[in-house]
Design a protein around this ligand. Sequence first.
Ligand code: FNR
Length: 355
Amino acid sequence: MNDVFSALKIGSVSLKNRLVVSPMCMYSAQNGYANNWHLVHLGSRAVGGAALVMAEATAVSADGRITPHDLGLYEDGHVDFLKIITEFIKQQGAVAGIQLAHAGRKASHNRPWEGNHFLQPEEGGWQTVAPSALPYKQNEPAPAALTPNEIDALIQQFKLAAQRALEAGFEVIEIHAAHGYLINQFLCSSSNLRTDQYGGSFENRIRLLQEIVVAVRQVWLPPKPLFVRISVTEWIENGWSLNDSIALVNELKNIGVDLIDCSSGGNSPHQKIPVAPLYQLEFASEIRRRCGILTGAVGLITTPEQAAEIIAEGSADLVFMGREFLRNPYFPLHAAHELSAGVSWPVQYERAQKK
Ligand code: FNR
């Protein structure tokens, strides 16, 4: 039986336990540049005992940012401060990961705490792009459909960002293909009406993601761990489904993807999500069982007992947690105490260790 505090080796990386800080946008960068906020935010969770700290959705191009304050890896200059962050994370015995993303038609918005509205160019926004000229919300301007040349350039942007992630010292890359962002928009027929080789059939709709994986793998060489986050279901009738995800993952497995981070939703404003504790867990367990690939579970996992059970039952290989890690950066240290697991505390904090 596996234990949530047991180590897991994935390619070149050894994780000290199964607890992962889920990628979470901080909307606190300037022109894509990380700063002290990111150092303290990510650093605290490494101090708190997470095995893998995944930095937020990081844009591969300026127009791929959800807001003007997203983190970016689209300039060489972005690397330097990220290097400070990855060094700190490693000093805590944790692994630094980064999620590479392009927001597509969901780009050019202001921040959640500013209202989450579409930003017009005169407000600092920009023309968004997507597989097809369909806005996510009806009252928003239509994105421009990407041309084949622009798709080639986009694939190169993912590759270049992966190269910069390597230079910045990250040890895991996760490609963001979930939550209705650009890659997810290509996967789903509700957002992809193209008639070229990137639209129409299932094989065509998954092509962009496959080409991005192949391009990233040219610079992010095996055995470096490569994860992909997908929305396993679109939560709409006749939309992208678990069966589509299984067929997709079987293809991704063959081109060097190591782990599928199993989330859901975000591509359709008509989605109906039955939100409840562990509501996405079955996706991680089904994909793990049917595709024979490592999976991460995510979504309303909040207690040490839930995390322990997920790993003990073999439902997933990693437990990604978002909001609980915002409430409690030291979740793994508390969980270890509660589950009577022996973990090493940061030496600076040893006197606070409950016996
Ligand atoms: C998120 N989430 C998210 N997901 C992702 O793939 N990339 C991202 O950058 C973000 N950004 C983000 C910011 C904030 C503030 C929150 C709360 C969430 C989703 C997150 O990773 C996770 O999948 C969900 O929050 C569900 O897990 P929890 O929070 O129930 O553990």
